[in-house]
Design a protein around this ligand. Structure first.
Ligand SMILES: *[C@@H]1O[C@H](CO)[C@@H](O)[C@H](O)[C@H]1NC(C)=O
Ligand SMILES: *[C@@H]1O[C@H](CO)[C@@H](O)[C@H](O)[C@H]1NC(C)=O
Ligand SMILES: *[C@@H]1O[C@H](CO)[C@@H](O)[C@H](O)[C@H]1NC(C)=O
Ligand SMILES: [Zn+2]
Length: 315
């Protein structure tokens, strides 16, 4: 499915060297030092970086306006913000917004049945959060005095949760917490299945195919979007009945992929190696790309030149 990245690796790494500011390159390098690397960071970075390249002028302008100064206009640099704050007491309630638990072995998803937190509070799941924060952002044209919510937070949450909902095991079985309680070996290292899909597959790919350079992985996915996948992009972007977001579609795709690829041949205690890695990597790469394309499509639909009549009739 995904062609071997080696050719692009040489071609595009030169490009990045010539125009990436030194600081940016240092930051990317820092992510690969042991201990600095945080869980799932590369996947979210890749998704947001792909989205950034596909935004309309209006969307770029609004995103940059909403980002805090220290982001230097780079959405991808804050794409893991939602993970970083989730253990602060003030934000602990957002934990369940990162995933969706579905009934064991059913391999399907239903908003009414599945979108709640562990205490049964409705809409507290990744899909509910995507509706919530996209709705908040759709009022960005109103004067600040009429804003009920912090739209910087809404943008960072939305960008993160669209990434999460594309990770197949973020829409997994309740009984194993999306693979978190399934202990496996990733080559020789002991870990769990959820972590394999959040991190290990991407990290092994970076080592094996991308010269430990996340920018090269992003560039390879971009090339695939323009070439191999280009015919599919319109179908990735569109939502049923012209809706702005369609998290239910993405969640249904994810649980199906979880059953077909993530859980399969990954029973507790198993060792996952080359065979699992090389057959699942194309799925992971495609989901990163789809997350990026869809995040861009959503932001482009939300950030259109303001139509005051639309805002007034909605509020
Ligand atoms: C929607 O977002 C706001 C701001 O973070 C939050 O207070 C509210 O509880 C959220 N609603 C749901 C259903 O998650
Ligand atoms: C919005 O949220 C961000 C992140 O939590 C915070 O740094 C910023 O001060 C908030 N802005 C306002 C106007 O409250
Ligand atoms: C979606 O929007 C397009 C363009 O605005 C319009 O032509 C089409 O009829 C709409 N479809 C639905 C199902 O609302
Ligand atoms: Zn998350």
């Amino acid at each position: 499915m995904l062609r071997l990245p080696l050719k692009e690796m040489q071609a595009s790494s030169g490009m990045f060297k010539s125009n990436a500011p030194l600081i940016r390159r240092l930051l990317i390098l820092l992510q690969f030092l042991p201990g600095v690397l945080s869980w799932g960071k590369e996947g979210h970075y890749a998704t947001c970086k792909i989205a950034e390249g596909l935004l309309t002028q209006e969307a770029i302008t609004t995103v940059k306006m909403l980002l805090p100064d220290y982001a230097n206009g780079d959405l991808a640099s804050l794409c893991s913000w939602a993970d970083e704050i989730r253990h602060n007491p003030r934000w602990r309630w957002t934990g369940p917004l990162h995933y969706i638990d579905t009934p064991d072995f059913k391999c399907n998803y239903d908003y009414c049945r599945d979108c709640h937190d562990f205490a049964g509070r409705k809409d507290r799941c990744a899909a509910g959060a995507i509706y919530n924060y996209s709705t908040q952002l759709s009022y960005y044209g109103l004067p600040a005095s009429e804003q009920k919510y912090n739209l910087t937070e809404a943008l960072l949450f939305l960008s993160h949760f669209i990434g999460d909902i594309h990770q197949p095991l973020h829409v997994g079985f309740t009984g194993d917490a999306g693979g978190n309680t399934i202990t496996v070996r990733w080559y020789r290292r002991k870990t769990n299945l959820h972590h394999v899909w959040d991190n290990m597959i991407i990290e092994s790919a970076l080592k094996k195919f991308y010269n430990l350079n996340l920018a090269v992985l992003v560039e390879t996915l971009r090339t695939n979007i323009l070439e191999d996948w280009s015919a599919d992009i319109p179908s990735w972007e569109v939502c049923e009945s012209n809706q702005t977001v369609c998290p239910n579609l993405h969640a249904s795709e994810s649980i199906r992929l979880a059953c077909k690829f993530a859980y399969r041949n990954a029973t507790p205690g198993s060792t996952l190696g080359d065979e699992y890695f090389l057959t699942r990597l194309p799925i992971v790469e495609k989901r990163l790309a789809q997350g990026g394309v869809r995040l861009a499509a959503v932001l482009n639909r939300i950030f259109v030149p303001v139509q005051p009549s639309r805002l007034r009739s909605d509020s």
